[in-house]
Design a protein around this ligand. Structure first.
Ligand code: SF4
Length: 284
């Protein structure tokens, strides 16, 4: 097709017609805008605006959370009452078992230590203790009062239990290898240990503690039938009848050798960690 020459008189009518058509179209567009048919530029109405590059993705839907079952105030009271009843039953069973062992021991004359004693020092503490402390033998004050670890060494033991283990004396059970005081606080003789040991074994079996704390050479050598000294053995876990047992220094020794308190402190820290790991009870 040849281009249109608007200067040609022959094409003047065509050019005029085209100009009129453009003018009509413009008028129509203006009219449409005024009526709101195209409020915006028609191109941008058809194609959506591109998303900005940093527009965050929509968050995934939240997973359904577990339904919260409300516990009514009355239920709390019932749960607390059940826990208290169970604790009392455990205490009663433990008390009863220990009572029977004490009755069997009676006013014991199974070895020569009976001749010089004032009291049989059976043991003391909680019948539901998760920690049992085993010492050597009663001393002067213990013999007079019938309670284990009540003298200066006992005060030291109380501090060790409370300050390092976080357990007051009332929450543990304390007993000895022999239950009568040897004269002049000498070490108990083998036949005295043999006569008395079955009662300690029964006490430990009845209490079923989670951890045993073994104090000093005599207790350590007796329970583990070894000739090894406490200095080389302390701080190393053993097992006694399936119960984790920690040998450490006797409080009476620590009173004479306070520079070794650090060693006992480390042993007790290990006991605390094991006790908590095994779910040992504590009141606070
Ligand atoms: S030390 Fe033990 S076995 Fe010996 S008399 Fe005392 S309670 Fe009996």
């Amino acid at each position: 097709m040849s281009p249109v020459d608007p200067s040609s008189p022959e094409n003047g009518t065509v050019a005029d017609g085209l100009a009129a058509l453009v003018a009509d179209l413009r008028a129509a567009l203006e009219h449409a805008k005024l009526r709101g048919v195209w409020a915006e530029d028609p191109v941008s109405v058809v194609l959506p605006e591109p998303e900005p590059a940093d527009t965050p993705l929509p968050a995934p839907p939240e997973p359904p959370s577990a339904p919260v079952v409300p516990v009514a105030a009355g239920q709390w009271t019932a749960l607390a009452a059940t826990a208290r009843r169970e604790a009392e039953e455990r205490m009663e069973v433990g008390s009863q078992a220990l009572r029977l062992i004490r009755e069997d021991l009676g006013e014991c004359r199974r070895c020569n230590l009976c001749t010089g004693r004032s009291h049989v020092v059976f043991g003391a503490g909680s019948p539901e203790a998760d920690l049992v402390v085993v010492g050597e033998a009663p001393g002067y004050h213990e013999d007079r009062q019938g309670e284990p670890f009540v003298g200066q060494a006992g005060q030291m033991l109380d501090k060790m239990l409370e300050n390092v283990l976080g357990l007051p004396r009332a929450e543990v059970y304390i007993c000895n290898i022999v239950k009568c005081r040897p004269p002049q606080n000498r070490n108990p003789l083998p036949d005295e240990v043999d006569a008395c040991l079955p009662f300690l074994q029964r006490q430990i079996a009845a209490l079923e503690p989670k951890v045993l704390l073994v104090l000093g050479t005599v207790a350590f050598k007796t329970l583990f039938a070894t000739s090894q000294g406490i200095m080389r053995s302390r701080g190393i876990w053993r097992e006694y009848s399936g119960i984790p047992a920690m040998p450490t220094l006797h409080p009476a020794y620590l009173l004479r050798q306070p520079q070794d308190k650090r060693k006992a402190f480390e042993d007790l820290q290990a006991v605390r960690a094991r006790y908590d790991e095994l779910g040992g009870r504590r009141s606070s």
